[in-house]
Ligand binder design. Structure first.
Ligand code: SF4
Ligand code: ZN
Ligand code: ZN
Length: 303
């Protein structure tokens, strides 16, 4: 079988269809799809400063490359790469990201758990009886939001793909956390509050396989090391189950997302009424009196 558009040798079979594309047609298809998502969901308004959360992995580096290319064309936006160093020995390695940003003249901001919270994740998990990903995810979201806001960033782009989103939808269903699903979607957030920087997901309708292929074809430098804690995470179990299922029923992830997007406006409307207060300790937005981060840090410091 040859490329559907130009009849040369294909490099990928598109998920959820029998279409095959060659390198150049695939790159065009990928970028067009990401751009279409940006315009369809009005991801970028008048904001000039756009953040890209970058971990060094294939999704975030591909996104950084794509957004920077867009900024070079548009010239009305400025890209800031934001990286979080959680302090995970042998995993978090930002050497390639630093080189990539330097080469492409992208401003990179790095924040570490050690500097911001007093200790690396590796040390925190010895002091608290919680799964590493629960602490890590909460602290990382907190830092990304507060630092992006302090930098004057209007929107924060993340490299989430349809795989990530389908996993999150299922995880929330399985755990009965429907309110958390209301915060998902191509543009996150429920309540319009200046303290929250809206997150945008330009790769929302692209699969992990497509993003990996794009990253590979563009020869982008990435950190291939896996997090030592990921295997024990709930997400890893859901990911495996979903991938096994999708191997037999190819439309599964797309079906989850398409049906989720139908109910998302209702979820957002329902949970928009939730009152957001300010943490009595750090002032960051939260629904209770004390935010989760301050709760964690209090427990950690006690030990
Ligand atoms: Fe953090 Fe878990 Fe991701 Fe590792 S797998 S970086 S612990 S959220
Ligand atoms: Zn082609
Ligand atoms: Zn707090």
């Amino acid at each position: 079988m040859v490329c559907k558009n130009c009849e040369t040798k294909p490099v990928i079979a598109l998920p959820n269809s029998k279409i095959k594309l060659c390198k150049s047609c695939f790159i065009k298809y990928f970028e067009k799809k990401a751009y279409k998502t940006i315009t369809k969901y009005k991801m970028m308004g008048k904001e000039r400063e756009i953040g890209v959360a970058v971990s060094g992995g294939k999704d975030s580096v591909s996104l950084l490359y794509f957004m920077n290319k867009l900024a070079e064309k548009k010239r009305t936006i400025k890209i800031h790469a934001i990286a979080i160093d959680e302090g995970i020995k042998g995993y978090r390695d930002l050497i390639e990201v630093k080189k990539f940003c330097k080469k492409n003249k992208i401003t990179l901001h790095v924040y570490s758990f050690k500097k911001e919270f007093g200790m690396p994740l590796d040390k925190m998990i010895k002091k608290i009886n919680l799964k590493p990903c629960s602490i890590c995810g909460t602290l990382r979201r907190f830092l990304l939001n507060s630092k992006a806001r302090d930098l004057g960033i209007g929107k924060l782009a993340t490299g989430h793909t349809i795989d990530d989103e389908a996993q999150s939808v299922l995880m929330n269903q399985f755990k009965g956390n429907i309110e958390r699903s209301a915060r998902l979607g191509p543009v996150t957030g429920v309540v319009a509050d200046k303290r929250f920087v809206r997150r945008i997901k330009p790769f929302y309708f692209l699969t992990e396989k497509e993003t990996s292929t794009y990253c590979f074809l563009k020869n982008l430098p990435i950190n291939k090391k896996g997090c030592p804690y990921s295997a024990e995470s709930y997400r890893a179990q859901v990911k495996k189950m979903l991938n096994d299922f999708t191997a037999k029923q190819k439309q599964t992830k797309h079906a989850i997302i398409n049906s989720f997007l139908e109910i998302l406006p209702m979820l957002k409307e329902k949970y928009a009424k939730v009152k957001i207060k300010g943490c009595k300790n750090c002032g960051e937005p939260c629904s209770g009196d004390i935010c989760k981060v301050c709760e964690f840090l209090k427990q950690i410091k006690k030990k």
